[in-house]
Write a new protein. Structure first.
Length: 147
């Protein structure tokens, strides 16, 4: 990163993303959140099989654990570029998966007048988070190559 403003923007984006992933991951342990995401999971061609091996709460907790691990790995950026690269790659997979919910969950893209559904609006933020994680992956990769 060439200047201080870019560094400030990078770290705000990085740690804002860490906070969002950790916050959402922590909520996965609550029964209300487990129920709230069950429709997304049930309708996902990528994840619906999880309910054949685990309960609604168990699957939600497993996803939450994964999200907390991803957040921790991303947060290690200043200390370990390898850990942050792994976290970024896992987060890229996470956000590519959650963005598929826009197309696999009935009613998500339904609009009321000019406004998308609340769930669709919530999911679309993952496009920005995906971009941040691609940025972190690139910065981590460049730093690893320079070692």
């Amino acid at each position: 990163m060439s200047n201080k403003l870019s560094k400030i923007g990078f770290y705000l984006a990085l740690y804002g993303t860490v906070f969002i992933i950790a916050w959402i991951g922590a909520f996965k342990y609550h029964p209300d959140e487990a129920q709230a995401i069950s429709g997304l999971i049930q309708n996902s061609p990528l994840l619906s099989w999880l309910y054949a091996v685990g309960s609604v709460q168990g699957v939600s907790s497993m996803i939450g654990t994964g999200e907390l691990i991803i957040a921790a790995l991303l947060a290690l950026y200043p200390l370990s570029k390898k850990a942050s690269l792994l976290g970024a790659l896992l987060a890229i997979g996470l956000f590519l998966t959650t963005l598929t919910f826009l197309f696999s969950t009935p009613g998500v893209l339904h609009t009321e007048g000019l406004f998308p559904s609340l769930l669709g609006s919530f999911l679309i933020k993952d496009a920005v988070l995906l971009g941040v994680c691609l940025w972190v992956a690139g910065e981590s990769w460049d730093a690893i190559k320079q070692q």
